[in-house]
Design a protein around this ligand. Sequence first.
Ligand code: S3P
Length: 477
Amino acid sequence: MGTKEQHIFKSRRAAAIDAEISVPPDKSISHRAVLLASLSNGRCEISNFLEGEDCRSTAAAMRQLGVMIESPEPGKLIVEGMAGRFTKPFGDLDCGNSGTTMRLMSGILASQPFQTRLIGDASLSKRPMQRVIDPLRLMGAKLHAEGEKSCPPLVVEESSGLQGITYRLPVASAQVKSAVLLAGLFAKGTTTVIENVRSRDHTERMLQYFLVKAKREEVWENKNSPKHRRLVEIRTTLEGGQIPESMDFTVPGDISSAAFWMVAAAAAPGSRLLIKDVGLNPTRTGIIDVLVRMGARIREVIESSFHGEPIGNLDIKGGKLRATEIRGAEIPNVIDEIPILAVAAALAEGTTVIRDAAELRVKETDRIAVVASHLRAMGAKVEEFPDGMAITGGAPLKGARLQSHHDHRIAMAFSIAGLFASGETVMEGTDCVNTSYPGFEQTLRVMQKGGKMKRKTRELTGLKGTGKPAMRPAATA
Ligand code: S3P
């Protein structure tokens, strides 16, 4: 690997895919596994931990707070939980590129009897932290951002105790929800987080798995009418003063990483791709629904529910895609998949409209602006809105020289676009891919050749399918 700016991926038009793969461990779940294990009252073994830079930042920060974390082999962590009482770190806690690390850690640090300062790289230093500062201050935490417009560094001062609150999330954000719930564990009284739109629920599931008593209630309008029912809100409540019980945990494959190959296979007629042992939590599987609406043929088989998270296989057959609309309550479910779904849209007949996704502007980069400009560079027609875009697909794509803007999902999405374009696509600045998908480039090379050499699926420790039927029927034949 060369210096940061020099590392590139090259891709060009590929044959139909015929492959069986597994994908790296889930990033969101790996972060939470280290955090919950560190908060717990004893020794926890985490298997299939994502050895990506983002999750390593979380583990490194916990180590700086005094947690003993050993890694006897790649993907395995032995964490000695400290029952929520950490020690003052030497120096700043470096969250690298990871918004999840900074926001979730802020919830944990809010109750600690010492001051901490959280820093990040150039991209994270431009991401808004007011969204965690507001609720944590309401709980009695003292924290402030040192950067302009409430951007990092984030200073969390010595705590003199937190008070539980009821907080309605102003943005659909699993990171903010998780920060408040983690702070609530160490607050006096009851903490309730109310969401109007469902965001990923890994924190809630993991809290329950670590035997924290938490209650989840859904409020519906017209609940008994499948046609007219509407989810009004979701309330998650927990009592403060609970210490998570130490537990072993195995992380499933990351559907957000699988998404790149799902699109690569779904959009290539004649392709067949089996993705094994991937997390199929319904707050993350919106990508399947969207691709099925676009005409993709995907069979989803939930094999088991492991450590509170559904896991299974995805079987994808390639075909012609058509345009769709992605908006409203579906957006948080596919928020990380929009760059690759935009590529799918450029390969589909008709105009795909993506709205209500303004959050994309404050991800690792402004993903609306970058996706629009990259798609245009490859020959697609794109109209940009403040909260989304309209992509007219179907015209042949042409290879281009593109910049990742240090955003892993941009780098991967447009390397996949290159598999469908004439000429060569060069993606510059691809080191960022290591934040979530170490090994992406090797798989890209295999897929470039149609993936014909069947890749052996790595069995996850302790992950054995029960052979139970799918939780929801195969999306389509
Ligand atoms: C994440 C939540 C999402 C997502 C991010 C990971 C998490 O962010 O985009 O990649 O692990 O909680 P928001 O909750 O801010 O939307």
